[in-house]
Ligand binder design. Structure first.
Ligand SMILES: *Cc1c(COP(=O)(O)O)cnc(C)c1O
Ligand SMILES: [Zn+2]
Length: 408
């Protein structure tokens, strides 16, 4: 197993390095460990041989991966004339509530194998929460750097695990730079979950085999991926690389931070940084300042798949969150609901095949960002006198009637 540069193909030994020594390009893992799965391995580690960790005693795992794939009949019903299938890959079920656990479990395990004594991570919240949890389990020092405006749910989660938390004013890219500098200065492994850590990104490829297995051996026609810098896009692309007809990848961004969509629509090869992000989708609010090349790389993967990049508005995100929560039973943060918003938008614009078999990556849990839900209408009533059952029953029957109408 080696590290290989995605730009110049130079090969490097598998150490804790984050860029090609020859050209500065992104590194990817080439090869697999072949490690026999340890007894009692959970989730993605049941496929340990396909990951990069060669020493079973280094594995830090809480059962990440192997998440459910749920048919979304109610979302299908909201697309008039649609005759295909929509599926939800429920990544909210990961141990810390987002798909970042897949990357972090692989990256921290590899860091331990390579002798790291501590870890640092820049994060828009979820990666930080994940690193904080896994570092706690490993008994390792952890430094987490987040934008000061990160949602409370995520910040609270990071703090709860006892990580040292640094809040940096401004957009995510400033936290990214500080984490990079601290890794160097303090001699810490950098687990930042952009393309920086190749061992983490590598683990995302297993999503492909999981989905194929869950679809009874079929390959979906489309996979919709909430996209910040794009490691999950790469993971999905890689995961289906051997398929006879790999899925079209749809990168979903928020209108208030859409550097990859902007370049896609302009037909440009290079992604340029976004000025000031403004969106409720904190998980994909990444302006890519200083690492625009990550975005260009992701854009190329999307184009090569025959797919597209699409941006959704905050109102479309709220609508998709309500669809998932009230009709499918799934509680997702705004970013996690973005693929459903994108499906509705693409269908309305006639840009989705009526027989598509589409998988939506529902990447993060609703518990992480409750503000947006709190501002939505709720069927909540104060019961002044619980002993007056007749009055409570009247209230319930009209409320239940209204609920039934809303569900159609
Ligand atoms: C980090 C994150 C993303 C974006 O993933 P990238 O792989 O960085 O593009 C999407 N959704 C959620 C909930 C996230 O936390
Ligand atoms: Zn290179």
């Amino acid at each position: 197993m080696l590290l290989r540069c995605v730009l110049c193909s130079a090969e490097h030994p598998p150490t804790l390095r984050y860029a090609c020594a020859t050209c500065g390009g992104l590194l990817e893992v080439a090869g697999e460990s072949g490690l026999a799965s340890p007894a009692g391995a959970l989730g993605m580690w049941r496929n340990a041989s396909r990951l990069s960790v060669g020493d079973a005693s280094a594995i830090v795992s809480m059962g990440e991966g192997e998440t459910p794939l749920l048919r979304a009949g109610k979302v299908e019903a909201q697309l008039p004339g649609f005759r295909g299938e929509i599926w939800l890959k429920d990544e909210t079920r990961n141990p810390s509530g987002s798909f970042k656990d897949r990357l972090v479990s692989a990256a921290i395990s590899k860091a331990i194998e390579l002798g790291a004594r501590g870890v640092v991570c820049a994060s828009s919240g979820n990666a930080g929460a994940s690193v904080a949890a896994y570092a706690a389990r490993a008994g390792m020092p952890a430094l987490i750097v987040v934008p000061a405006a990160t949602p409370d749910g995520k910040v609270t989660q990071i703090a709860a695990h006892g990580a040292v938390l640094l809040k940096v004013p401004g957009h995510y890219s400033r936290s990214y730079d500080l984490a990079m500098a601290l890794a160097e200065h303090q001699g810490l492994a950098n687990l930042t979950t952009t393309f920086l850590n190749p061992y983490g990104v590598d683990a995302l490829k297993l999503v492909g085999a999981e989905i194929t297995g869950q679809l009874g051996g079929r390959t979906p026609s489309h996979v919709l991926v909430p996209t910040g810098s794009g490691p999950l896009v790469k993971g999905v692309a890689q995961g289906f690389a051997q398929a006879e007809s790999p899925p079209k990848l749809i990168a979903v961004q928020a209108e208030g931070c859409a550097p990859i969509v902007r370049a896609f629509e302009a037909g440009a090869a290079a992604v340029t940084a976004w000025g000031m992000p403004q969106t409720i989708a904190s998980g994909i609010s990444d302006p890519l300042i200083g690492y625009e090349g990550d975005g260009s790389y992701t854009l190329k993967l999307v184009r090569d798949s025959g797919g597209l990049a699409v941006a959704v508005s905050d109102d479309q995100l709220r609508d998709a969150m309500q669809t998932l929560a009230q009709r499918e039973g799934l509680y997702a943060e705004p970013t996690g609901a973005s693929p459903v918003a994108a499906l509705k938008k693409l269908w309305a614009a006639g840009r989705l095949d009526a027989r598509a078999v589409a998988v939506c990556m529902i990447t993060g849990h609703g518990f992480k960002d409750v503000r947006v839900y709190q501002a939505m209408p709720a069927r909540s009533h104060l019961v002044d006198d619980p002993d007056d059952l007749a009055a409570v029953a009247r209230l319930c029957s009209s409320a239940l009637e209204e609920q039934g109408r809303a569900r159609g």
